[in-house]
Design a protein around this ligand. Sequence first.
Ligand SMILES: *Cc1c(COP(=O)(O)O)cnc(C)c1O
Length: 354
Amino acid sequence: MQFIDLQAQYKHLQDKIDSRIRTVLEHGKYIMGPEVQELERQLAEYVGVKHAITCANGTDALQLTMMALDIKSGDAVFCPTFTFFATAEVIAFAGATPVFVDSDEATFNICPQDLERQIEKVIAEGLLTPKAIIAVDLFGLPANYPELERIAKKFGLKLIEDAAQGFGGEINGQKAGSFGDIATTSFFPAKPLGCYGDGGALFTNDDDLAELLRSYRVHGKGSDKYDNVRIGMNSRLDTIQAAILLEKLAEFPTELVKRNKAAEKYTAELSVRFNTPHVPTGYLSSWAQYTLVDENRDAIMAEYKAQGIPTMIYYGTCMHEQTAFKGLGYSHGDFPVAERLARQVFSLPMHPYL
Ligand SMILES: *Cc1c(COP(=O)(O)O)cnc(C)c1O
């Protein structure tokens, strides 16, 4: 059995996907072709925002938010320490300082209480300017945006939603990708909505930010790509990937139901033995991962392996303990909840064709 069975999905959608790819090969508009515009319209409609802007991958999407929000040296950007590296990487890459935040015990997402503590600490120290929060919809569950929006407003910070794993999730019917000032996602093949290579997107309701993001995405373009009004990057989604995503997006609502059915079944069977994932009332997870917590993780993973069931650890190292962030001066023990999660979490196979 596979951890994520992408072939099963391809078999299910093969005729439609093959035909979409053939259309692109025939019209030959491989960069920014009509499928890219069609996908951006459909993504905006699905998420329920004014603008969806595709780009080359989920990391670039986050980097583009740093550029559009003018985040730079001397700025503090708050993010969870228990996340994928890219969330924190883009902050440092922009020259700003990542300020890590502990996790909520029940949801594994950024802890709003610790976030307030960390913001107040940075203000009290007076060395950095608090600028933004990047919240992560870890394993598919949206972060606590009602609280995060209140905190962002209280301290005058921008809020960014890293929905790389969260696409499809909801809070009280509001879709992941629609929270904060800008949201980002990734279409890496293993994400809930994945393509057959690298891909990403940004979402916003702000017309000015959308225009800036579209400019930064193509060499800081003004009226066209040979009129360059700012320093940008080259981060476009390939037309072929957009074509594949159009067919996958059409199937996505059905797949989301299947993922939730699989998760329900896991929880029903496993809750006698494990601490199963907590989905707060009103929340819907897109189940990028189905993650358990156990003190005897290694023994349990070996037990599953012996039965032919693959498991993975997301994530075994918190950001504050990554070698690349040594210079920030954090120590072991700084984030007790996140550190315990890093020691005890493991994920089971999860995909709509399970
Ligand atoms: C996958 C992921 C990213 C980066 O996406 P890529 O498309 O691989 O660049 C960023 N943040 C989180 C939380 C992710 O899981």
